[in-house]
Design a binder for this molecule. Structure first.
Ligand code: ADP
Ligand code: MG
Ligand code: MG
Length: 917
């Protein structure tokens, strides 16, 4: 049985001020088709769009479900639509005297920059070209269009669509391209616009012969064969290697399919009074509310994106170092520029978002060929959202939804150390296509980038220009540097989408692929593997590895404006996980409303840890309680200072302090010197010390003597920590400051553990109150829920706890039975085969671990309806996980300081998506 669709309507027409479809039909018509319909047919727009029709995504699905055949109605529907196009254009497809040419354009629901193919000038053959020449009176133009058709068609339809294996890595496009280059070089032409009609005519002959020779079949002469071949190739390209690759990175489902748009051709290559361009209604690089774009005189659409010629700016504002001496469209064709300007304003108003538009001017007439919501980097996204809100183009809710939480990372991204930049010589300058700083080792191929990155190397991909084949390497690289292409080139577009540091059009350097190096204008030679540093905000390239420094987020006014809206909207708290008082300062700066996890262990690592670590070790290898207390008493001072400093920074915000968690043997010294020192201090022999150290060995330390188990074996450890916390808080209170500690017991499984520890806490609390002469020290007592049993027994745990904090790292580890330190061995395969949809250590596995969290929260609140519940694993900074926590009713999430803004934004979006009563 064949699956039927949608009343069997497979073709949607647009043109002449009308359209069958509209913008809301992206799923069916693809983004390009839906927007063409909207531009052409919406009563408020009715823009000059060349007429055409869209073959729906359902046909793509049908095509793959039915051995690459089409539904039988398709042909008649397409022909009827073609007839309408012919009427509107006053031309006829395949006609010798007055031929209509069309483009075949792919377009999925979401834009996949350059991933799938478009073929222009379809319908040209030995006969119709005569009509084109007669009509245009321009033989050169006609042959230019013809050679383009052959090249695109041979590449897209015949080679890629026909699944023909490429020999020696050189595809037909490259082979044909080299022939064009050859003529240019031998004649000394700088640009392909200099080729004469005669030369192009010869080229076309040569192209046809070459296609036959290389691909084994003739370039088809029949216009209808060309058209249907193009349609089939678009569908085939949906399952091409690089489209699949791109979908994997962008998480676009394979089932979506692509639509095909067949559209009447208009020509930007009909002479010097014609042009084609790409523009944005606002600057996608920094968000400024300025019309921004590039164009090429006497060119066809793909020339701008492919970066074969440096494009000119549409206006003064769009000029850059490379294009400042070019004439702006504004000057060259003031009337048409005005029309374009007005249209782009109308479009932005209509869509209420920044639009990315394609246009072509043919002999004094402007045509709109595409519009879509423009990709922008994080900095621009924030700027645009707050600007549009102020302009009253969008409301607060929309402004908050406009910025992807992960895009905020880009605002917090480090940049090159300005002090280092001041003294370092710039070896090359290009266009700033992706802001921020980056450093890495130079590689010249996408495959190289992938390989180096897999060895843990940081790389910068340096290429003349990028193409969709390079996405994998681009993704793996720290940054991208190209020597050709403008701000709308493939590299710029893709980097913008990913928020990657990127410099394009850097013509100061010359790449030598054979010798694997590049030469900068000033003579510097950089080899593969050498370090370079990029300032993507200014387009500057430096030799060597430069320091990166953090940026001052408080200087970004639009960020502050956005976060104000965010904080008004969100319904759960956002705290930070901190290790030091310094972290706490950072956290507050990023808007943390407390500390959800303060680990005291950090004081035993790194700078200044010598003495406390020694004392801890002494405590660990102690045999008697007395020995241990002695060590703990000395350690007490350090713990108290640490806690007090942090409570001071947080100034009344809650600080969840976790009692000692890791298995003790982690701290045991292994080098001889340290061991000797220990034995001396403890007054025991080396032999005895070795025996004690050996006794601490565990087979499975993560499931061993750790967490609350330590506090139960050695109550004096808990006692020391709790005393430090209470004394620190009491002292602050007495000084008139605010302190609100929350004591958190880790790795519990049963309420009895909590009771056992609570007795110590209660006793010490009394002692400290007495000693300090205070009646009360505000605090909470609670537990981390990080074992499945504790989650299931939450009702009972809540009897002895004022709060729960889900420790989702361990909870995931223990419930999956996946050791977090060992997932490298198997998880990549799991993700590759889609056995698991995501890495459960990065985003909460909602259907498994999420259920434990939900059950734990619900059961805990049966006992204590007001039980405070939060989360403190890595997941607290993952937007999807934050949204989940909001939905199940948590009070707060806690994450690393740098992810606090991301979590705040995610929390606000969750509140808008599923508001709490
Ligand atoms: P992509 O999705 O890669 O941007 P497009 O379908 O937009 O591919 O087409 C590539 C280029 O060809 C664009 O610059 C577009 O404006 C141009 N183009 C497409 N159709 C036509 C047409 N009918 N007339 C003139 N130019 C066209
Ligand atoms: Mg396009
Ligand atoms: Mg843990």
């Amino acid at each position: 049985m064949e699956k039927r669709y949608n009343g069997n309507k497979y073709v949607y027409f647009f043109g002449g001020g009308k359209a069958d479809g509209n913008e809301s039909m992206k799923n069916l018509l693809g983004g390009k088709g839906a927007n063409l319909a909207e531009m052409a047919g919406h009563p408020k727009l009715r823009l000059p769009v060349p007429p055409g029709f869209t073959i729906t995504t359902e046909v793509c699905t049908y095509f793959y479900d039915n051995k690459k055949r089409y539904p039988k109605e398709l042909k008649a529907q397409a022909e009827a639509a073609l007839e309408k196009m012919e009427k509107l254009m006053g031309k006829k497809f395949g006609d010798e005297k007055n031929p209509l040419l069309v483009s075949i354009r792919s377009g999925a629901r979401r834009s996949m920059p350059g991933m799938m193919e478009t073929v222009l000038n379809v319908g040209l053959n030995e006969k119709t070209i005569k009509g084109i020449i007669a009509q245009s009176g321009d033989e050169r133009f006609a042959y230019d269009a013809y050679r383009r058709l052959i090249m695109m068609y041979a590449d897209v339809v015949m080679e890629k669509g026909g699944n023909i294996e490429v020999k020696n890595g050189k595809g037909i496009r490259k082979i044909l391209d080299e022939k064009l280059e050859h003529i240019k070089n031998s004649k000394g032409y700088k640009s392909d616009t200099e080729l004469t009609a005669e030369e192009l005519k010869e080229l076309v002959k040569d192209y046809k012969k070459t296609v036959k020779k290389v691909l084994g079949t003739e370039f088809p002469d029949d216009p209808f064969e060309q058209m249907w071949g193009g349609v089939g190739a678009v569908f085939a390209s949906w399952n091409g290697k690089r489209a699949i690759e791109y979908r994997r990175i962008e998480k676009i489902p394979n089932e979506w399919g692509t639509a095909v748009n067949v559209q009447a051709m208009v020509f930007g290559n009909m002479g010097d009074d014609c042009c084609t361009g790409v523009a944005f209604t606002r600057n996608p690089g920094n968000g400024e509310n300025q019309f921004y774009g590039e164009y090429l005189v006497n060119a066809q659409g793909e020339d701008v994106v492919a970066g074969i010629r440096t494009p000119a700016p549409v206006n003064e504002y769009s000029k850059n170092a490379q294009s400042e001496h070019f004439t702006a469209l504004e000057k060259l064709m003031p009337e048409l520029y005005k029309e374009l300007y007005t249209i782009q304003r109308r479009l932005e108003k209509h869509y209420k978002d920044m639009q990315d538009i394609e246009f072509t001017i043919e002999k004094g007439k402007l045509y709109m060929l595409q519009c879509r919501v423009g990709k922008r980097n994080g900095i621009a996204a924030v700027q645009m959202a707050t600007d549009m809100y102020k302009e009253k183009l969008i409301d607060a809710k929309t402004a908050v939804m406009r910025v992807g939480p992960n895009q905020l990372v880009e605002l917090l991204l480090p940049m090159l150390d300005p002090k280092a930049e001041l003294i370092a010589p710039i070896i090359a300058k290009g266009l700033p296509a992706g802001p921020g700083g980056a450093k890495g080792r130079v590689v010249f191929t996408s495959a190289g980038a992938v390989e180096w990155a897999s060895r843990g190397e940081k790389v910068i991909l340096v290429r003349e220009e990028t193409s969709p084949e390079d996405v994998d390497g681009m993704h793996k690289a720290q940054a991208i540097l190209t020597t050709k292409g403008g701000m709308t080139s493939h590299a710029a577009l893709v980097a913008r989408g990913w928020g990657k540091c990127c410099i394009v059009g850097c013509s100061d350097i010359e790449i030598h692929t054979e010798t694997k190096n590049f030469h900068a204008k000033n003579g510097v030679v950089v080899k593969e593997g050498d370090w370079i540093s990029l300032n993507g905000t200014r387009g500057q390239v430096y030799e060597g590895s430069m320091a990166l420094v953090d940026i001052d987020i408080d200087k970004n006014q639009s960020y502050k404006d956005l976060m104000k809206l965010v904080d008004k909207t969100k319904q759960i708290g956002v705290r930070a996980n901190c290790e030091t008082p310094g972290d706490a300062i950072t956290a507050v700066k990023f808007g943390a409303e407390g500390i959800g996890l303060f680990r005291t262990e950090h004081m035993f690592y790194g700078e200044g840890s010598e003495q406390p670590l020694f004392l801890l070790r002494k405590m660990i290898v102690s045999k008697t309680e007395e020995e241990r207390r002695d060590a703990l008493n000395s350690l007490f001072i350090y713990v108290k200072k640490d806690v007090k400093d942090t409570l001071t920074v947080m100034n009344g915000y809650p600080v969840t302090i976790r009692l000692l968690d890791p298995p003790l043997h982690e701290f045991v010294p292994h080098d001889k010197e340290k061991l000797k020192q220990l034995s001396k201090e403890l007054g025991i022999s080396m032999g005895m010390l070795n025996r004690r150290v050996l006794a601490l060995h565990e087979n499975n330390p993560m499931l061993g003597h750790r967490g609350v188990r330590l506090g139960i074996s050695y109550p004096e450890i808990t006692e020391m920590q709790v005393r430090a916390i209470f004394e620190a808080a009491a002292e602050l209170n007495k000084e008139g400051k605010k302190a609100f500690p929350e004591i958190m017991v880790p790795v519990t499984v049963i309420a009895h553990e909590l009771r056992h520890q609570k007795e110590i806490v209660d006793r010490v609390y009394k002692e400290v109150c007495e000693k300090m002469g205070v009646k009360k020290i505000p605090y909470l007592y609670g537990t981390m829920i990080e074992t499945p049993r504790a989650a299931l027994r939450a009702e009972f745990m809540a009897n002895v706890a004022d709060f729960f904090s889900f420790g989702t790292n361990d909870l995931t580890q223990m419930s999956f039975g996946f050791s977090r330190d060992d997932i490298g061995g198997f998880l990549p395969k799991y993700l590759d085969l889609k056995i698991l949809p995501d890495d459960p250590f990065q985003t909460i596995d909602q259907e498994g671990i999420g259920q434990l969290i939900k059950v734990g929260t619900e059961r805990g609140r049966i006992t204590k309806p007001k039980l405070k519940v939060g989360i403190c694993g890595e997941h607290g900074g993952d937007p999807e996980s934050v949204k989940f926590c909001h939905r199940i009713g948590m009070d707060y999430v806690s994450c690393s300081p740098y992810r606090v803004p991301i979590a705040r934004l995610a929390a606000a979006q969750a509140a808008l998506e599923s508001p709490r009563k």
